[in-house]
Design a protein around this ligand. Structure first.
Ligand code: SF4
Ligand code: SF4
Length: 85
């Protein structure tokens, strides 16, 4: 399941650089997560790095993008392939 950033985000900028998949970007008002790139950090880290670092805890799971751990791992493998091209 991809994660999402809620409107409580204070644009503190600390999550964007810690994402191993470059899934976090500045949207129109607040930071956003590209669900196609977010693997919940599966393949890179044990826990989601953005959630770990966010000072106000505004990054829940996005129920619109239900994925199993295995699917997240497959996504990670696909993204790694693209990166190495
Ligand atoms: Fe990036 Fe990991 Fe956060 Fe997903 S959970 S947005 S991959 S840091
Ligand atoms: Fe927003 Fe949290 Fe990211 Fe800071 S760490 S920019 S508050 S989502």
């Amino acid at each position: 399941m991809a994660l999402k950033i809620t409107e409580e985000c204070i644009n503190c900028d600390v999550c964007e650089p810690v994402c191993p998949n470059q899934a976090i970007f500045m949207g129109e008002q607040i930071y956003e997560i590209n669900p196609n790139l977010c693997t919940e950090c599966v393949g890179h880290f044990e826990i989601p790095q953005c959630v770990d670092i966010c000072p106000i805890d505004c990054i829940p799971k996005d129920e619109k993008y239900v994925e199993t751990n295995d699917q997240l791992y497959q996504k990670y493998l696909q993204l790694s392939k693209k990166e190495s091209k």
